[in-house]
Design a protein around this ligand. Structure first.
Ligand SMILES: Cc1ncc(COP(=O)(O)O)c(C=O)c1O
Length: 447
């Protein structure tokens, strides 16, 4: 079928190398040729609409073309589009750092800026190692991550990622970390709670710390939900336990809140639910409202002080050209203003309950397991024979588009991570179309 989209799609397939994509799959699988966005909806070149139920890879918190963020950016554009952050400073970066510090009760009062999530992870790892080096403990240069965790795809971030598909190919050029047991609540045995799984997982961390504590610089964990691992959720007590162990063995805790931060789990920072602050907190994705690449590593006075010296080499040796870009920071500030103006944390609780109730009937489906939610994040697993499981994600993506939904399961885990602005009608449409999509996909795969 010849339409407006197909011309752009063929040009894209010739010229653009798409991320995390086997390009050959697009011989069958259509690309979505997006031309504009408004609220929760994306529109293609043929005028068809798609509910962005995964916030465009988890970044778009307040909808597309949000008027408040748009206005802030237009004003910023006419004032200062960019200035380097080495030797210069500007209001948007200072104000954003101050606002974030306030949100942590000034525990994490120092903000280091970068552009994407993987860079934030790299920064936290380097900063941790460099802290120990400056403190006379250069032997602390090993890192720890959780089984099946994901922290980005640059070489350093892959070192603390434990997903075979992302990492396996590049193993020989990666400096791998220690891997500890996952606190995945789905592992609870009969009669157990998520908390019991957390206790077992903490025992594994303790064993490693006893053995290698002198060599370990930091442990990295995505608090409450390991998203890219298939929305693996754990009990908050796991985080509180990590804080205690890290203090006991003098090991830094890096909280990767790139996906789970900015209120996704029900509190602004996921760590708040454990009443525990990390030594480094990585933020990205939603912090700019999904407008511009921005990431931030927040850290404590004690870390910052260890770098404060006359000698340049004892300072933190890391920079990116667009570090602290004023437009991105201004988008971040406008995003934070929206949280205050619309009482987002309270409203999200109500939205989560509404969508949660609409999804509840899925529990009865014989092929659906572990329907779960955390804040405004929903997921469930589909039971399928191996051959169909391999085709599930692509088949689902295609059928969802036909039902006006943008959804991309991770393997056989279907998840929703909608923007915070869905109306009740949109939530109802999402739940209904999700069900229709599932029915079509499952019958197609069994046929
Ligand atoms: C938990 C987590 N850490 C790190 C990253 C990497 O972020 P980016 O894709 O911006 O490099 C992601 C991306 O999905 C993520 O979910």
């Amino acid at each position: 079928m010849k339409n407006n989209s197909s011309h752009l799609i063929s040009r894209s397939l010739r010229a653009v190398w798409h991320p995390y994509t086997q390009m050959k799959h697009h011989e069958q699988l259509p690309l979505l040729a997006v031309t504009r966005g408004a609220g929760a909806w994306l529109y293609d070149l043929d005028g068809k609409r798609y509910l962005d139920a995964i916030s465009s890879w988890w970044v778009n918190l307040f909808g597309h073309a949000n008027t408040h963020i748009n206005d802030a950016l237009k004003e910023q554009l006419d004032t200062l589009e960019h200035a380097m952050l080495a030797g210069c400073t500007h209001e948007p970066a200072v104000k954003l750092a101050e606002r974030l510090s306030t949100l942590t009760g000034h525990v994490l009062g120092h903000a280091f800026f970068a552009s994407d999530g993987a860079s934030a992870v790299e920064i936290a790892l380097k900063m941790s190692f460099h802290f120990w080096r400056n403190s006379g403990r250069s032997c602390k240069r090993e890192f720890v991550c959780v089984a099946n965790s994901y922290h980005g795809e640059t070489i350093g971030a892959l070192g603390v990622t434990d997903i075979e598909l992302f990492k396996g190919t590049y193993d020989s050029i990666i400096r791998t970390a220690h891997v500890v047991a996952s606190p995945d609540a789905r592992q609870a045995r009969i009669g157990e709670q998520a908390r019991d799984v957390a206790i077992r997982a903490l025992d594994d961390v303790r064993r490693l710390f006893v053995e290698r504590g002198e060599q370990i610089a930091a442990l990295i964990v995505e608090p409450l939900v390991q998203c890219a691992s298939g929305f693996v959720m754990h009990d908050p007590s796991y985080l509180a336990g990590l804080r205690t162990l890290c203090d006991q063995y003098q090991i830094h805790w890096i909280a990767d809140e790139i996906a789970v931060g900015c209120a996704r789990t029900g509190t602004f920072f996921a760590c708040e639910q454990a009443n525990a602050w990390p030594d480094f907190l990585c933020l990205s994705k939603g912090i700019s409202g999904g407008y511009l690449p921005l990431s931030i590593v927040l850290t404590r006075d004690t870390i910052y002080s260890a770098f404060y010296d006359d000698e340049t080499a004892r300072g933190f040796l890391h920079s990116h050209s667009y570090t602290g870009n004023p437009l991105a920071c201004r988008a971040g500030l406008a995003t934070l203003e929206l949280f205050d103006a619309h009482d987002v944390l309270v409203n999200n609780r109500a939205k989560s309950d509404t969508l949660g109730a609409l999804l509840e009937p899925l529990r009865e489906h014989p092929q659906i397991q572990h329907l779960r939610r955390c804040g405004t994040l929903f997921a469930f697993d589909i039971l399928l024979p191996a051959a169909s499981a391999r085709q599930f994600s692509r088949c689902f993506f295609e059928c969802a588009l036909a039902n006006e939904l943008l959804l991309r399961p991770i393997d056989t885990t279907v998840y929703l991570m909608p923007p915070y602005i869905l109306s009740e009608d949109e939530q109802m449409l999402l739940a209904m179309r999700l069900r229709t999509t599932l029915t079509t996909v499952l019958s197609r795969l069994s046929g």
